[in-house]
Design a protein around this ligand. Structure first.
Ligand code: ADP
Ligand code: MG
Length: 634
């Protein structure tokens, strides 16, 4: 039996250091957390050589008393925890008393510190955990810690370090997490002599996000809030359009501590279900404030993971915060309208200037509204009364327009869609005259709260509702509607047998995947087999699909079947259905039937459809107030 010895404190520190101090970023995390615990109002982090050469953290916190300076570097020495009971309700970021000991054991450390009311401060240097110098020093209030030559005495560990750039990037992330978890602290970060960011410390999460993560990040954020059962969720989630290809922009904080949590990730992502395509991840900054007793932070030495006593409750609180943010969202609020956009909108009014020369308006929108202004486009629109009916005989809409204000020219125009689909009558009789009766055969459309003004660029529907002009991307909206229907199975795409099979040449890899998943695809309305020579014979497709580019479509489907390692059947199904929806949806740039559009507009305006399956918005709203401002009418 070999003899058993107790480890020397230094050896124990070295071993413990492996857990707490993995890389420069972990040193920065521990030091900055100590600064926050010390009540700092501002913290400066400076690194050189990715943090391997030097890390310096300076704060204006409470400082350390001369007699405690050495103790602070002992293992399990802390000022934050005294009794077992206090472990239940930790209010500080640190409490294990390990970090300084661990950091000092694997580097050269210099500490300068002074308490607020003390006449002078203290300087202490250590090397590989051994004390070198200790002396009084004239230093500013607060604490500065230099950590140099990290892992100089543990070459094995040093070998695991990535290059300076990668280590530096990890430090950048660590500092950002701290700044985001404590917006009330001003954080300045300098990397190799260059200031990377400096947060104002104004207590606003948005300011911290703007400074650390950039303008692009801070832009597409929606406020997410929820308060239930002693759990307060605050923060932001992104619009689906601002989603990203990975989760690196998902931040979760519990009681001011950055954490990693699969549970919270799932809660947020669940809220985006079907608003985002597989492989796209929402961006979020989620803060959870809750009783410290209901969350165990002492699960791991780095405290990056926590355990919630009631996971279901936390999940729901976060899910509903995100969900509600998305529900509330009705397109970008602050829309910048460029001059050219406005000009296009102005130009769009004149029927002759709409591509295809068509205007139609399925419903009486705002009868009786008075024209207030100079006859500018938007006020003029709302000052007219429209009546429209769908004529079965001609298969077109008839629209009568009568200005409510006097001064109608009495001119009577009939606009005919060149494709023969739309027949729009634009009548402008003199004011006061009754609207001509509709032909008796024409059934009346149900009363709607909106009016289709027209279609711009064969892509965007212009719809007026209340005091707003809503622009709808018809392809995106239709794609979304089809996808949702396919998804819930309420709409099975009836297949169409192709008269002659389409022979499609696709890549060998795609052909392999498609043939392997033949049965799966058959369930979704596709029939295909091997035609030999690297080609596939496509015999049947879901009925509405556009087959102008069958090869491109098959490649796309193969791509979707391959993502996620073909284990996630739901993701595969979503992927293919999405392609079906996309290929069956009304194309942008193509003429549309008015019947197709009515239901579509209803769905969009009722709020059922907000994003296409890629997460792009399907509509943009311009309020009259916004437009008035732009035209300086306000
Ligand atoms: P812990 O943070 O878990 O208490 P550390 O090893 O990180 O353990 O720090 C040990 C102690 O040193 C802390 O409890 C605190 O009293 C003191 N300390 C560390 N950093 C600072 C700082 N920046 N300002 C004031 N006191 C500090
Ligand atoms: Mg600490």
């Amino acid at each position: 039996m070999p003899k058993i010895y107790e480890m020397s404190p230094h050896l124990a520190d070295l071993i413990a250091a492996g857990e707490v101090v993995e890389r420069p970023a972990s040193v920065v995390k521990e030091l900055t957390e100590n600064s926050v615990d010390a009540g700092a109002g501002s913290i400066t982090v400076e690194i050189r050589g990715g943090g391997m050469a030097e890390i310096r953290v300076t704060d204006d916190g409470c400082g350390i008393a001369p007699e405690d300076v050495e103790t602070a570097f002992l293992r399990h020495a802390t000022s934050k925890l005294r009794t077992e009971r206090e472990l239940e309700s930790i209010g500080t970021l640190g409490f294990r008393g390990e970090a300084l000991a661990a950091i000092a054991s694997v580097s050269r450390v210099e500490l300068l510190t002074r308490e607020r009311d003390a006449g002078e401060g203290t300087r202490l240097t250590l090397e590989a955990g051994e004390r070198r110098e200790l002396s009084p020093a004239g230093v500013p209030v607060g604490t500065t810690i230099y950590v140099r030559d990290l892992f100089f005495n543990t070459p094995a560990r040093q070998k695991f370090m990535k290059n300076d750039r990668a280590e530096g990037a990890a430090v950048t992330t660590a500092v950002a997490r701290l700044a985001l978890s404590h917006p009330e602290v001003s954080v300045r970060y300098i990397r190799d002599g260059k200031e990377e960011y400096h947060t104002p410390g104004d207590g606003r999460l948005q300011s911290a996000a703007y400074c650390t993560l950039g303008r692009e990040f801070a832009r597409g954020l929606l406020t997410a809030e929820n308060k239930v059962d002693g759990i307060t969720v605050t923060g932001y989630v992104s619009t689906p359009g601002a989603a990203r290809g990975n989760r690196s922009w998902q931040f979760f904080f519990v009681n001011g501590r950055f954490i990693k949590s699969k549970l919270l990730q799932a809660a947020v992502e669940q809220a985006y279900k079907n608003a985002l395509f597989t492989g796209r991840f929402p961006v979020c900054l989620i803060n959870i404030a809750m009783s410290p007793a209901a969350v165990d932070v002492n699960v791991h030495p780095t405290k990056l993971e926590v355990r919630f006593s009631d996971e279901r409750k936390i999940f729901d609180a976060v899910y509903w915060a995100a969900r509600a943010a998305l529900e509330r969202e009705e397109g970008p609020r602050e829309l910048e309208i460029s001059k050219s956009t406005l000009e296009a909108a102005r130009g769009g009014f004149t029927p002759e200037r709409i591509p295809g020369g068509r205007v139609f308006a399925p419903e009486a929108a705002h009868p009786g509204k008075k024209d207030a202004g100079d006859g500018g486009f938007f006020s003029r629109v709302s000052a007219e009364t429209y009546r429209t009916s769908y004529d079965k005989g001609t298969g077109g809409f008839k629209t009568a327009v009568r200005p409510v204000s006097s001064g109608g020219s009495g001119r009577e125009d009939v606009l005919r869609d060149s494709g023969g689909i739309f027949q729009t009558q634009l009548r402008m009789p003199a004011g006061g005259r009754e609207m001509p009766e509709e032909p008796p055969a024409a059934p009346r459309e149900p009363q709607r709260s909106w009016r289709l003004v027209g279609e711009a660029l064969n892509t965007y529907l212009l719809v007026e509702r209340g005091d707003s002009l809503i622009l709808i991307d018809k392809h995106a909206a239709h794609e979304r509607i089809l996808f949702d229907r396919l998804k819930v199975g309420s709409y099975t795409p009836s297949s169409q047998m192709l008269l002659t099979p389409r022979i499609c040449r696709v890549s060998e890899e795609s052909a392999g995947v498609l043939l392997e998943e033949r049965e799966f695809l058959a369930g979704l309305g596709f029939e295909l087999d091997d035609f030999g020579g690297g080609s596939l014979a496509l015999r049947q497709v879901p009925i509405d699909m556009d087959l102008s580019d069958p090869e491109g479509m098959l490649e796309e489907i193969a791509g979707k079947l391959s993502t996620g390692g073909r284990r996630d059947v739901e993701a595969m199904r979503d992927g293919v259905l999405h392609t079906v929806a996309c290929k069956a949806a009304i194309k942008a740039g193509k003429r549309s039937q008015p019947e197709e559009l009515t239901g579509l507009i209803d769905s969009v305006l009722s709020g059922q459809v907000k994003y296409c399956p890629h997460g792009r918005p399907v509509s943009v709203e311009l309020t009259k107030a916004q437009l008035d401002r732009s035209f300086k009418r306000a």
